[in-house]
Design a protein around this ligand. Structure first.
Ligand code: ATP
Length: 313
């Protein structure tokens, strides 16, 4: 079983105003689950992935795959499959030739080309030149290339980029299956809601720093505030009763006559209304949007970045 281990990783880019793209970052990506790698634009996700793949040198710290630096792996493509830049393939090659060259130059069996073309739904386009591919098809080709070595570890940078709704459903299924097979799957995205549909675990970055390293379920539980919507035949008494008992209730019902009680669960409000004999027509548990919780978590980092980087003219 192969994990990705990032330890005290720092990457500074020089230039007129040196900046830390990755700042003392430590986390482990475990096998057998999909880890969502989240953060706003510029948070350092791509840089971290490049450092894991030894495409860039860290300023300090280490990144290893199965305990070894990527460059020391005997058979890198059979160990780690990566999608970093879906535009990287040679435009005048066909999709099939692109994969055949990759297989041949890495000592991978030719049969894998057909297998990954089938896996990614690219068979009908395999003999067409890449320059005629849509963004979604290029993404699929990049994913096919990442799967070519049947690797234990997958690192995919924004794989859903450019995919249509059917493609998005397909990639969710693929990621789940790869993890179920015991592989280590790290997937970057800047969309929380989308990531929560397939990731078991979340690693969240802001300004190169670790903001969260938690199971998705725990993140939802901790950050997405509970609330209840309730519809009643006696709104005046309902509101007065709940306010008297210390609940936070809005000033007005929504257009459908439902009142929102913040920080409450349906069974708590149900118990109060039953005790007080207030007629209830509807009582629903709700959660504040996950995306809002994620934005709140990363907002501080984003604000700092904005303040620290005034527009230059
Ligand atoms: N080659 C480079 N030279 C200078 N700065 C760089 C370089 N590569 C990345 N950066 C900077 O490092 C920071 C992190 O960028 P990175 O691309 O890793 O973020 P990201 O989380 O992947 O964002 P995105 O979602 O936009 O791809 C950014 O401020 C970026 O401008």
């Amino acid at each position: 079983m192969t994990s990705i281990d990032v330890k005290n990783l720092t990457k500074e880019y020089g230039g007129r105003r040196p900046a830390r793209a990755v700042d003392e970052l430590s986390f482990r990506v475990e096998p057998g689950r999909v880890t969502g790698f989240l953060g706003p634009n510029g948070a350092g996700k791509s840089t971290t992935m490049r450092l894991v793949l030894d495409l860039d040198r860290p300023t300090s710290g280490t990144a290893t795959v199965g305990g070894r630096p990527y460059v020391t792996l005997d058979d890198p493509l059979r160990t780690v499959g990566a999608l970093l830049d879906a535009q990287a393939a040679h435009p005048s090659r066909t999709g099939r030739d692109h994969l055949r060259v990759l297989a041949a130059s890495n000592g991978l069996p030719e049969r894998r080309v057909g297998e990954v073309l089938a896996e990614t739904g690219l068979e009908p386009a395999a003999r067409r030149r890449i320059k005629g591919y849509s963004l979604g098809m290029r993404q699929r080709l990049g994913i096919a290339a990442a799967l070519l070595g049947d690797p234990e570890v997958l690192m995919l940078d924004e794989p859903a980029n450019g995919l249509d709704p059917e493609g998005i459903v397909w990639i969710r299924g693929l990621l789940r299956r790869l993890a179920a097979e015991g592989r280590t799957v790290l997937v970057s995205s800047h969309l929380m809601n989308e990531t929560a549909t397939f990731a078991d675990h979340l690693v969240v970055l802001g300004r190169g720093r670790l903001l969260a390293d938690v199971p998705t379920r725990d993140f939802i539980e901790a950050h997405s505030k509970a609330r209840v919507r309730v519809r009643t035949g006696d709104p005046v008494r309902l509101r007065a009763t709940l306010l008297a008992k210390g609940w936070s209730v809005g000033d007005a019902a929504d257009a459908d006559g439902r009142w929102v009680v913040e920080g409450a669960r349906a069974e708590e409000i149900g118990a109060v209304t039953a005790r007080e004999g207030i007629p209830v027509f509807e009582l629903v548990d709700e959660r504040a949007s996950l995306e809002q919780a994620y934005l709140a978590l990363t907002a501080e980092a984003a604000e700092f970045t904005a303040a620290a980087s005034p527009l230059e003219v």
